[in-house]
Design a protein around this ligand. Structure first.
Ligand code: SF4
Length: 466
């Protein structure tokens, strides 16, 4: 029989209930209200009570029984060593578009781990394919009201789904979404579009079926497959062209109009990459229905533009001035976002003629030129392409270039190492207009940027990015 996992406390939030109870890192949570805790789903369900009895074992073996009276949904402020409080489940698919299969060899082992764990959907907003979700998990999600569940649908054609995910149970797994719909569990959906496979009429049919899950399925994003130059031996996928992007946008806009008329929501959203590829203007802010899929790169560009405009207006009213006279900074980014940042830089310069902002587009030689998002740039590419250039007072890099919660790029180079190599201070900037303007003007506070994991913003539109 599998030995029950110990839930060791890693950290206690200052000012939390756990701190008041004198819990400390190294303590072990044994049970809640007399019940053992199987995993993080159990934990969140069990602590949602007004009265709790915790059994905790201290490092010297002494057991403490603690009684707590709290508001129903108050968190205890405990972080466990294992965030899932259980083993991580790896995926049982072999998707033809999997990004992890396209990683170059020799990267850190953890980058090759393919997760498909429904508990991460609830905890971190990850998208799951449902192929790995047991009936018991489905029931627990429904009973414990854990929502929204983020689902990678890709297609609603069961037979095609089996082929795309290389899993003969992938079509059948869609029935779990029926269960969530019947139980009124909120969901978000994602479609990674592959040229000639799940686009065109297949996409049309998928949207029609997905719309049947309204209102519990709140939004569905459509993002283009990410293709690196490391696809030897993999399914021959073709990149989308400008004309393809236009067709995808026309199809999605047609559905948006129809669904907005019928349901008052736009529901299906094209990732920003489609607009940039097609060279089309981005939709107005209202079209994004409250930016439900920012983490999938849907609406980030529109939101950033709006934020820059608002921040510049605010700064004008407050007569804010730059932190230093004649400030010169460089912003390095991927090819995709470079024109947007150029536009923002010109707007800042128009308001602050004494400030100069240079925007440099860095080519992704590590993953291949087709990967144009900033979030997949490596330290090595930045170092090679920025060496010897005049970078000014600071180099600004967005936080999505760094692995969650660290200052290390995907290839393990750190911001400090890059700064040393380029001989320029580096500022890591949150992906929003306020942070951008403050960093450009040299007004940023000491506060560290939040990680993408806590803010759910700044990830890239790829299935299971490393
Ligand atoms: S794309 Fe996701 S679900 Fe598919 S094989 Fe890769 S890790 Fe697994």
């Amino acid at each position: 029989m599998k030995k029950a996992r110990e839930h060791v406390i890693k950290a206690v939030e200052p000012g939390s209930i756990a701190e008041e109870l004198e819990l400390s890192p190294g303590d072990v949570l044994v049970s809640v209200n007399g019940q053992p805790v199987r995993d993080v789903l159990d934990y969140h369900y069990l602590i949602n009570e007004e009265y709790l009895e915790l059994l905790v074992r201290k490092p010297d073996g002494e057991e403490w029984e603690l009684e707590i009276e709290k508001e129903y949904e108050d968190d205890l402020g405990i972080e466990f060593e294992n965030g899932l409080m259980d083993d991580y489940r790896s995926c049982s698919n072999r998707c033809i578009f999997c990004f992890i299969d396209q990683l170059p060899e020799g990267m850190r082992d953890t980058l090759y781990f393919k997760d498909d764990d429904s508990r991460l959907s609830f905890l971190q907003g990850n998208y799951v394919t449902l192929t790995n979700m047991s009936d018991e998990d489905v029931e627990r999600i429904i009973t414990y009201h854990l929502e929204p569940i983020n689902i990678s649908f890709h297609t609603m054609n069961p037979e095609l789904r089996c082929r795309m995910l290389h899993n003969r149970f992938a079509g059948e797994a869609l029935k779990k979404a029926d269960r969530f719909f019947e139980a009124g569990v909120m969901m978000n959906g994602q479609i990674v579009l592959c040229k000639g496979i799940n686009d065109g009429p297949e996409l049309e049919a998928s949207i029609e079926r997905l719309a049947g899950y309204l209102p519990y399925l709140q939004s569905v994003s459509v993002v283009p497959v990410g293709l690196t130059s490391h696809r030897e031996g993999l399914y021959p996928l073709k990149p989308f062209t400008k004309e393809d992007a236009e067709e995808v946008l026309d199809l999605i806009h047609g559905w948006q109009e129809r669904l907005y008329r019928e349901h008052g929501t736009h529901f299906i959203h094209a990732g920003d990459e489609w607009y940039l590829l097609a060279g089309r203007e981005l939709p107005e802010a209202e079209t994004y229905d409250g930016y439900l899929q920012l983490e999938n790169g849907v609406g980030m560009v529109r939101l950033f533009r709006e934020e820059i405009r608002e921040e510049l207006e605010k700064a004008k009213e407050q007569e804010q001035s730059p932190g230093a006279e004649g400030r010169r900074v460089t912003v390095a980014t991927g090819r995709l976002a470079a024109p947007i940042l150029q536009e923002a830089a010109r707007a800042v310069e128009a308001q602050y003629p004494e400030v100069r902002v240079q925007v440099l587009a860095v080519e992704n030689r590590f993953f291949g030129e087709r990967i144009t998002v900033a979030g997949l740039l490596t330290g090595r590419d930045l170092k090679e392409q920025l060496s010897g250039r005049e970078l000014g007072d600071a180099l600004l890099l967005t936080e999505n270039m760094f692995r969650d919660g660290t200052e290390a790029f995907l290839d393990d180079m750190t911001a400090g190492e890059l700064s040393g190599a380029l001989q320029v201070p580096i500022t890591i900037v949150k992906s929003d207009g306020k942070a951008f303007l403050e960093a450009v003007l040299g007004l940023e506070k000491e506060e560290k940027p939040k990680t993408a994991g806590t803010e759910h913003r700044g990830k890239q539109p790829y299935e299971h990015r490393p």
